[in-house]
Design a protein around this ligand. Sequence first.
Ligand code: ADP
Length: 361
Amino acid sequence: MFWAGCIYGCKNDGERFGFFCHAALEFLQQSGFHPDIIHCHDWSSAPVAWLFKDHYMHYGLSKSRVVFTIHNLEFGANNIGKAMAYSDKATTVSPTYSREISGNPLVASHLHKFHGILNGIDPDIWDPYNDTYIPVPYTSDNVVEGKRAAKDALQQRLGLKKADLPLVGIITRLTHQKGIHLIKHAIWRALERNGQVVLLGSAPDPRIQNEFVNLANHLHSSHCDRARLCLTYDEPLSHLIYAGADFILVPSIFEPCGLTQLTAMRYGSIAVVRKTGGLVDTVFDVDHDKEKAKAQGLEPNGFSFDGADPAGVDYALNRAISAWYDGRDWFNSLCKKVMEQDWSWNKPALDYLELYHSARK
Ligand code: ADP
């Protein structure tokens, strides 16, 4: 009751999380559990970095080292800047994003201890062979059959025409970061190419939510059999879209890592992305990134574009949809290939272990 009372007494998220950070450190101190590494993520646990150094390090927790990870520099800049200064090592969630933000004043003076390590997905949660939300379990061996059944179920559930058409899925927060104007453009482009579009997304900003409600209504009258916008948060539906789509579009303006494209690949969907942040490190264009993929021991796995204007989206989406129409065998083999790439924590975990070891030296 006392704890709950304190938390409810907090005026804002900053105070609430500050209180939690104190509580976590107090727990470590009093329980006698002395970790080698205290790893804090983003602004909400950032206070641990300075509370630890200022108040706890000298009282029994001296062997612990603090690692701080930036997940998105847009949120909580003050906390992030302070934690960057106080931590022994700092990371962000992809090598490319680490370079993109290296000039930011919050980061620039800490480059000597700053690293980019990719996020991973949990392959047990995102597993088309063990997924109660999709109709036919599949691996890369029966990806065509599995995805056909999932597309069928998706079309049925959303009242779309049951037809063998290229289906573009979009699963996203609807915010500026995610490239809203590019998303809108892509919807129309996909429809022009006689494709189907399913968007699952919600906007924290009511004005943006409203814009999409209007677009949803418009599409409902103009393209009711080929477009559906689901303007809500619905994890079960996201599984069915990952499985039933041919393409997952991620046209972010910036993207620290991005999980959507990784999950898409796990379900044999082809990522169509803007070249930014973690999207650069995980999606290798079939026409342009053969060498880059090879350097990672991989084969190209998607379509990407530069720039932030509609012409860029067109360039990637047109090639993707044409590939679907023109060479289904090739396209199916690409789906199989992307499913076999490992975007789990296997490799990032090794990178973190190495970082933890170096933090302790
Ligand atoms: P961010 O954390 O910036 O939103 P990420 O790509 O890192 O972007 O992670 C987004 C995650 O949230 C993905 O797993 C995606 O499937 C999920 N997601 C986003 N919007 C929705 C939604 N409306 N319904 C269900 N899942 C969603």
